[in-house]
Design a binder for this molecule. Structure first.
Ligand SMILES: NC(=O)c1ccc[n+]([C@@H]2O[C@H](COP(=O)([O-])OP(=O)(O)OC[C@H]3O[C@@H](n4cnc5c(N)ncnc54)[C@H](OP(=O)(O)O)[C@@H]3O)[C@@H](O)[C@H]2O)c1
Length: 226
């Protein structure tokens, strides 16, 4: 049985990914700040780790849980993301930093901790969830500067990981609009092109298969922008 770790598993795309992976008979390690919705799935192949993955002690808690369960991860989907909508002139330093922390820095520190502690299986595939907002020359929007820039950072960093770690494969998904709370925050009047279930299905397929033919790629996954 293959094992996938998903960050931000309690709602939206992460929750849909967890359910889809369980349906595919995978073991799922879901990382979340609040596991209520995940526990309700009541699935023996689901391990819920409640922690703050943005903090060192949260990442340590996750590593301990993996070691206690003797789990090696085959796939990582670094999905957790934060969008705070505001113009540069109004946004606080704290909010700007928080977005970069959740969207670009914590996924890298988590990956570093997982490799250092030998938590990954041979030929693992790491998938980061970027955004069309951070994709080169895509349409840009006011008030999404911090979000889009932090997503561009994780997409570029994913390509750099390929150059530093030859034991695994690394790809990033430049995701278009998906019907979740985050999309509603960004575009209250908008209609997303994909349901979270459809997006999860496609992302899981890419996670399981794309690395056999691609490494260090940014994959646009979008029917429209936004
Ligand atoms: N929806 C879209 O249209 C769209 C478009 C492009 C890219 N994306 C990306 O897709 C991914 C999933 O987003 P979504 O649409 O499902 O958004 P969502 O419904 O807002 O869910 C975001 C997830 O990120 C986690 N998260 C938020 N703030 C966090 C924090 N401070 N610390 C740790 N985790 C935090 C949450 O995890 P908990 O389980 O801990 O609550 C939550 O499950 C994100 O990376 C997002 O940027 C979404």
């Amino acid at each position: 049985m293959k094992t996938v770790l998903i960050t931000g598993g309690s709602r939206g795309l992460g929750y849909a990914l967890a359910k889809q992976a369980l349906k595919n008979n995978m073991k799922v390690v879901a990382v979340t700040r609040n596991g209520t919705t995940l526990h309700e799935l009541n699935n023996e192949n689901l391990i819920v780790v409640e922690c703050l993955y943005t903090e060192k002690n949260g990442r340590d808690k996750l590593v301990n849980a993996l070691q206690n369960h003797k789990i090696k991860l085959d796939y990582l989907i670094l999905n957790a993301g934060l969008l705070i909508k505001n113009k540069l002139e109004n946004i606080s330093e704290n909010d700007l930093e928080k977005m970069f922390q959740v969207n670009s820095i914590a996924p890298l520190l988590l990956f570093k901790e997982l490799t250092k502690n030998n938590c990954l299986s041979e030929n693992y595939h790491t998938v980061t969830i970027g955004s069309m907002g951070g994709f080169q020359n895509s349409v840009k929007f006011p008030e999404l500067l911090g979000y889009s820039a932090s997503k561009a950072a994780i997409m570029a960093a994913t390509q750099c990981l390929k150059e530093e770690y030859s034991d695994g494969r690394f790809n990033s998904i430049a995701l278009g609009s998906v019907e979740t709370e985050m999309f509603q925050t960004a575009f209250p009047q908008g209609k997303a092109q994909l349901t979270s279930e459809k997006a999860a299905q496609t992302i899981l397929n890419l996670t399981l298969n794309f690395h056999e033919a691609g490494n260090g790629q940014i994959i646009p996954l979008s029917l429209s922008n936004p």
